[in-house]
Design a protein. Structure first.
Lengths: 219, 219
DNA sequence: AAAAATATTTAAGGATACTTAAATTTTAAT
DNA sequence: ATTAAAATTTAAGTATCCTTAAATATTTTT
């Protein structure tokens, strides 16, 4: 499948299963940086290939085949991220950029080699789950966003759900990293801000960030 | 630049500097598996982009810029080959296939990371020279093809110049590998065959193979 | 040097993945 | 329930990279 098609099914999958956005053409178009008209065109074309179900004016739905393709691409993306992070010590933003390109030119054979080499990891360095070779993905996620944590508790960062360089740079500077511990000092409910302590520093995060940082309570 | 363009300049470079074929559109078309007409079209388009000099009915010539691009792609290809061979122990044929895809989606930044990781190697597992980040390539090659060796002498394999799976499979089976030693037992000049000994086995190679296996005399 | 063979170019056209602008449908507001 | 706003679709068109078939130029043979 072409790069455009792979990115299209990936965008549908992510909107649907991850970001909780709807999957109408306009939303997919925005995510991919193409016009609405182009998204409608692609939707028809993918329906012909039996990758999605398309009804005019309705949200786009992946078929079983379409979801399989999306999961394959996501698998390759996240395996590359894990690999580049480990092998070349590249930043969260860098690995995302490179993986975004490599994912489309990676054979299933090579993906399996990378996976084996890494010990078949279940999560990438952002904490995103890596589908296995059969397209099975760990979805049972008990973690919550920082915005929903309780004052006084300690949490372990489980996921940094973003593609944004500024966010990753911020995280790198302040030690917000997969596996690290944060203490929630105060929830400013009205202002939708959260005050946390990490590495003995206090920082105040607004909703933009507390909604994409996932954590598990530390016991 | 697009995949098609990168492959086009690469094909010109290889025909010209490596395989000693001429670089008229027809020859490039054959190498790339496209029609002659498509090659002519591309030639005009690349000339517009100042990647080649194009005169009707003449051989295609890379401009300085075009050669730079070709060397960049070749660098990425050969770095990937070296990397995949070392890290995942993949065969000569497999690394070629994968590198053929990855080469177009690899940033200069990542290429340099791979190079550093490998200790900035000058040759890939086929013995092909790897251009450095400035596009400089080791061309002073003192090696000769097996077809030109002398009876009774011992040689070290320095290069297996091919993209062909059958050839690589043959090499793998018989221990014909970069760095290994062969003894030339007999040259059948008339029949253009060469009898060699490797790992205490005697094998007889015809010209198809002796012209793409390069060696250096062992002292 | 002319004829035959070969290679290259031109011409016309197709598929893919986009664009903008206009028309249509859906959704939200009053 | 209309109307206004927003989103989606259709229509027309573009760029890239390919195709086959026909025209033209070059090269080889005699």
């Amino acid at each position: 499948m072409s790069v455009a098609i792979e990115n299209f099914v990936k965008a549908i999958y992510k909107n649907d299963k991850q970001d909780g956005n709807d999957t109408k053409p306009g939303n997919i178009a925005k995510k991919l940086g193409i016009s609405n008209a182009a998204a409608t065109d692609m939707a028809k074309s993918l329906a012909n290939k039996n990758l999605i179900n398309y009804e005019k004016y309705k949200a786009l739905e992946l078929t079983e085949e379409g979801e399989k393709l999306a999961l394959k691409v996501i698998r390759k993306h996240r395996l590359w991220e894990a690999f580049l992070h480990k092998t070349f010590d590249m930043s969260l933003h860098e690995i995302h950029k490179e993986a975004e390109l490599l994912e489309h030119e990676t054979s299933d054979f090579l993906a399996d080699k990378i996976s084996t080499y890494l010990g078949n990891p279940k999560f990438d360095p952002h904490g995103d789950p890596i589908p296995n070779a059969n397209g099975e993905i760990t979805t049972k996620d008990t973690s919550i966003t920082l915005s929903k944590t309780k004052e006084g508790n300690a949490y372990i960062i489980s996921r940094l759900m973003s593609d944004d360089k500024e966010f990753f740079d911020f995280c790198a500077i302040h030690g917000l990293k997969y596996g690290n511990t944060v203490i929630v000092e105060k929830q400013f409910v009205k202002n939708k801000m959260t005050q946390i302590s990490i590495n003995n520093n206090t920082i105040l995060l607004n909703e933009d960030f507390t909604k994409i940082i996932y954590v598990n309570e530390k016991k």
